[in-house]
Every structure is written in structure tokens, then in C-alpha cells.
Design a protein around this ligand. Structure first.
Ligand code: AMP
Length: 311
């Protein structure tokens, strides 16, 4: 059973931590753009303070900043008052206010799969924090190329910007929930360049239902990695995104793009693009369509892609 009023607890801890400078967040330049060829909405955020955030490989092997969290960032030692598997900690380098981490109390590796109980807790958390005007999502960056920077198993809770519509919403619009199988593949947008697999969820999915969705999407990731990854070495890298309405998995080939110095984790595949350098920001704002190329460079080609449609 989840603790009560988790959103209120996050908000008051965040205000306190910001006041005490236990975390720093600069609400810098933010804009929304739409890709002219595929209609994907982008939320471009300039966050130069993230230049100090440790990237993959920066944290020494014997150090575990998520396991040994800073006390000023702790929201709840036990997010679930009965099962006590996860603690809730504020992200020290937030990309938006109230950006929180769900971290396993006992050490588990970030390359581990999600469990049925992880999925149940995540869904219950979204049910608790979503309102008619505030919508949230949970991400899990898994594998060496997924954009994950910390090895201690963690998921992240974030909120959509008001009015932001990720392409997955468009894809699931008016589609009845179904369990993907070989005969009934997951949904794939025909216009974005990168491979992704999406499944719409029913209103109150059980733990078993969520796990079946996750495993079926994961099987697509595995099959995809076998065909497309020359190295074909485990662990596979993928991004996991959960909203109350759908689940999405994206196979990943690289943390960073080649055309511009931009890296992505799961949030990139929702269209949230975090930029740390000013000249990159200028280039992306000048030509937002380039984001589709950057996402492809960090993922794999979308086998379902059709040619142009102008939005
Ligand atoms: P990921 O990069 O997906 O592995 O997520 C790890 C998250 O932990 C990042 O978003 C970092 O901003 C955050 N982080 C890094 N160090 C700390 C720390 N000492 N306390 C809290 N959060 C941290």
C-alpha cells in the first residue's frame, strides 16, 4: 500500500531542498516545437546547470550516490508502507520541479528487469499523483546505451508540461487496449524515424496484465536487438516509459547523437529534449526537425516508417 499524499510530500521536500540549496534548478529557456514532417511535439529545455550532473562512468565504481542518498533529498524511506522495497528521493539535478527518483532500498542493478511489483507500484503511484490537469509519467533507463548514469536500480517520476501531447498519445488515440503478440504487434508510429513499441492500457490493469505487456514489448526489443545490433551482446539497452494510458519501450543503440552534442534517455523519446550548450540550442531551435535525426542516431530505424506527411 502506497504512502498517502506522496505528491504533497514531494512538493514540500522540493521547496525545502531548493531553499537549502540541496539541489539546484534553473528554470531556463523552454519552448515547444512541432516536427514539420511527422508532427512529433518537442519540448526543448535549456538547462546549462546539468553540465555538472555526473554522466555514465563519472561516478566511481565503489560509490553509490543513490543508495547513500543525501538526507536533504529524502522524501520517503518507504514509498510503500507494507512492501518497503523502494525509497523516494528528489533528483539532485532535476530537469523540472519535483523530479523524483524511486530507488530500491536493497541494492539491485539498473540492468535488472522490472518486476511485477515494480510495475504495480509505478501504476499505483501514477494513479495517486495524476489529476485532471496534472499528468505524470515514469521512466526507466535500462542498459549501457539507454542514457542511464547510475547503476543502482531506480525509476524516475516526472510531470508533463501543460498541453504537451507526446506522439504516443496520438498513436493510442481511440485504440482499444490489447495484449501484444506475434499476430497482434504493438503500436508503432509510421512517421517518426526511430523504432519504438507502444501498447495502450486498460483503466485498471492488474500487476499480471502490466507484466505481460512489459514482457511482450521486451520480446520485441530482444528480437529487434538481435537483428540490428552488430555486437548483439547482453545486456540490451532500452527505455521504458509508463503513463496511466500506455506503456512504451524504445530500443537504444547509443547514449549520444552524432550530428549534435545531445544525449537522450527515456524522456527524449517522449519529445523532451534537454540541451546543455547554447550553440546547440540555437541549432535545434533553428531547425527542430533535426531532433528526429538525433533520436534515430541514438536508437534504431523504424521499420514501419512511411515517407513524408506534412503537419
Ligand atoms: P539516470 O541518469 O537515468 O541513471 O538517472 C540517475 C539520476 O540520478 C539522474 O537524473 C541524476 O540527475 C540523479 N542523481 C545523480 N546523483 C545524484 C545524487 N547524489 N542524489 C540524487 N540524485 C542524483
Amino acid at each position: 500500500m502506497l504512502a498517502k499524499d506522496i505528491k504533497g510530500l514531494i512538493q514540500s521536500k522540493y521547496a525545502e531542498a531548493r531553499e537549502n540549496k540541496a539541489l539546484s534548478f534553473n528554470d531556463g529557456d523552454t519552448s515547444t516545437k512541432c516536427n514539420s514532417e511527422n508532427g512529433m511535439m518537442y519540448w526543448i529545455r535549456f538547462v546549462p546547470t546539468l553540465l555538472t550532473k555526473p554522466e555514465k562512468g563519472d561516478t566511481p565504481a565503489n560509490s553509490d550516490p543513490l543508495g547513500k542518498h543525501e538526507p536533504e533529498l529524502l522524501v520517503l524511506q518507504d514509498m510503500d508502507v507494507v512492501e518497503r522495497e523502494y525509497k523516494l528521493v528528489l533528483n539532485k539535478f532535476p530537469i523540472m520541479p519535483n523530479h523524483s527518483l524511486l530507488i530500491t532500498n536493497a541494492y539491485k542493478h539498473q540492468n535488472d528487469m522490472l518486476t511485477p511489483s515494480d510495475l504495480r507500484k509505478c501504476y499505483a503511484l501514477l494513479q495517486q499523483v495524476d489529476t485532471s490537469i496534472e499528468r505524470h509519467f515514469i521512466i526507466f533507463n535500462c542498459g549501457p546505451e539507454s542514457g542511464s548514469s547510475q547503476n543502482h536500480k531506480h525509476l524516475q517520476l516526472l510531470q508533463f508540461l501543460d498541453g504537451f501531447v507526446p506522439f504516443q498519445d496520438r498513436l493510442c488515440n481511440d485504440i482499444e487496449p490489447f495484449l501484444p503478440s506475434i499476430k497482434l504487434p504493438p503500436l508503432q508510429d509510421k512517421f517518426v524515424s526511430f523504432a519504438h513499441f507502444v501498447v495502450p492500457l486498460p483503466e485498471l490493469p492488474t500487476e499480471e496484465y502490466l507484466m505481460t505487456c512489459y514482457i511482450s514489448l521486451f520480446e520485441y526489443i530482444l528480437a529487434f536487438a538481435k537483428h540490428n545490433n552488430e555486437k548483439n551482446e547482453p545486456p540490451v539497452s532500452y527505455n521504458f516509459i509508463l503513463t496511466k494510458e500506455w506503456m512504451c519501450l524504445v530500443p537504444r543503440s547509443s547514449i549520444r547523437a552524432q550530428t549534435l552534442p545531445v544525449g537522450f534517455n527515456s524522456i527524449g523519446y517522449l519529445g523532451l529534449v534537454i540541451i546543455k550548450e547554447e550553440d546547440t540550442l540555437l541549432k535545434v531551435k533553428e531547425n527542430p526537425d533535426i531532433i528526429d535525426t538525433l533520436l534515430l542516431e541514438c536508437g534504431f530505424p523504424n521499420a514501419m516508417k512511411l515517407k513524408h506527411q506534412t503537419f
